[in-house]
Design a protein around this ligand. Structure first.
Ligand SMILES: [Zn+2]
Ligand SMILES: [Zn+2]
Length: 383
């Protein structure tokens, strides 16, 4: 007969406790994990591995966001997907499989676009976020959202059989944008000149990866999350780089760039109960200041009022968030060139757009919206 083992606190291990072996680790606190909430942005190869790990570890709540469906090409890299799942929402399938792995964990699948559908309130509600993304733009969005809400995040990136994990802790550490070079900015700016060119068309270059590198980097991400939840020292403001060809592993510091544009942190937001689909910008102004006079609602997502081709005298009114513009709509009907967009950064009370529901202006549900009047700014949380 096997001798019963003892936990670090001297208690006998119970066979009924699925986490009993974790509790043998001296500093482990299963209750801390069980009360933690983690947002996982992306449910591809990395997201499958990260959510699998979080669920096995008994993290209390896992919110997973992706707007893709399962395709045949995903099956070779995704532990949660099966051949019969093709055509279904990635997050819905993942949630079913994760619930089988560990019914203790609350899994919240959100079928939506990271850039368009994630309100800041979601970043506020979780203890940390994990980026399992494949493009700069989505990472930059997650980074800004985390900084605004004061939420740490762990980024992962993979290519072929190599990868990197980075940990960012606001407000004092370095952030994802601090790593940007001129080339990164040029790449991002390309998007501004081409409305109707959706991010996936240029950013998701179908980078080749393997299930082995996704499990290595996702393993590091999930393990850093465990350490962070325990208050242990993490890779904060550092990158762990792994070259799988040479087996070279190293950690490098990410210096904080004082001119970085992502270091804004919001004060605590005021809850409003207003719904993005029902409330208008004007109602939000009135909720903030008791009047809409002289007020405006700030927009975080690029909003295109119109596009034009001056040489052809072509103008088209759009009034749409940039990422909702269908591919091809940004082309001039006369000459076929990219039409130049007119962006709006804020909606003033004088605009007819102030009477549109916030969702029409590209503001997602549970977002934190800045409302300004003269020098006063209020931060309002939507339902
Ligand atoms: Zn920065
Ligand atoms: Zn033209």
């Amino acid at each position: 007969m096997k001798r019963p083992q003892r936990q670090s606190d001297g208690h006998l291990i119970s066979d009924q406790d699925r986490y009993a072996r974790f509790r043998l680790i001296g500093w482990w606190d299963q209750e801390k994990l069980g009360s933690a909430s983690v947002l996982v942005a992306g449910c591809g190869a990395l997201g499958n591995e990260v959510t699998k790990n979080l669920v096995l570890l008994g993290v209390g709540e896992v919110v997973v966001v992706d707007n893709d469906i399962v395709e045949n090409a995903n099956l070779a890299k995704s532990v949660l997907f099966r051949p019969g799942d093709t055509g279904r929402s990635k997050v819905e399938v993942a949630a079913e499989r994760l619930a089988e792995l560990n019914p203790d964990v609350r899994i919240r699948p959100l079928h939506g676009d990271v850039l368009l559908d994630l309100g800041l309130g979601l970043f506020r509600d979780v203890d940390l976020a994990i980026g399992c993304l494949d493009n700069r733009e989505a990472r930059l969005f997650v980074n800004q959202a985390c900084w605004r809400m004061g939420t740490p995040w762990i980024d992962g990136a993979i290519q072929e059989i190599s990868g990197v994990a980075k940990v960012f802790v606001p407000p004092d550490g370095s952030c994802y944008e601090c790593t940007f070079t001129d080339l990164d900015y040029r790449y991002l700016n390309l998007r501004y000149s081409c409305p109707g060119l959706k991010s996936e068309d240029i950013a998701q270059g179908k980078v080749p990866t393997t299930p082995t590198i996704s499990s290595i980097i996702a393993g590091i991400q999930a393990q850093e999350a465990v350490k962070m939840i325990h208050g242990l020292e993490t890779l904060a403001s550092h990158a762990l780089v792994f070259n799988g060809v040479t087996n070279f592993f190293y950690v490098t510091e990410i210096p904080r760039r004082e001119d970085c544009l992502s270091h804004e942190t919001y004060p605590p937001a005021e809850e409003t109960g207003l719904e993005a689909h029902a409330a208008t910008a004007r109602e939000l102004m009135q909720a903030a200041f008791g009047t809409d006079e002289g007020a405006c609602v700030e927009l975080d997502r690029d909003f295109v009022t119109e596009i034009s081709c001056p040489p052809c005298s072509e103008t088209r009114t759009l009034n749409l968030p940039r990422d909702r513009i269908a591919a091809g709509r940004g082309l001039c009907p006369s000459c076929g060139a990219d039409m130049s967009p007119e962006f709006l950064q804020s909606i003033p009370a004088s605009s007819s757009l102030a009477d549109r529901p916030l969702a029409d202006l590209g503001i997602p549900q549970h977002d934190v919206v800045r409302v300004r009047r003269e020098t006063a700014v209020r931060y309002l949380l939507l339902a």
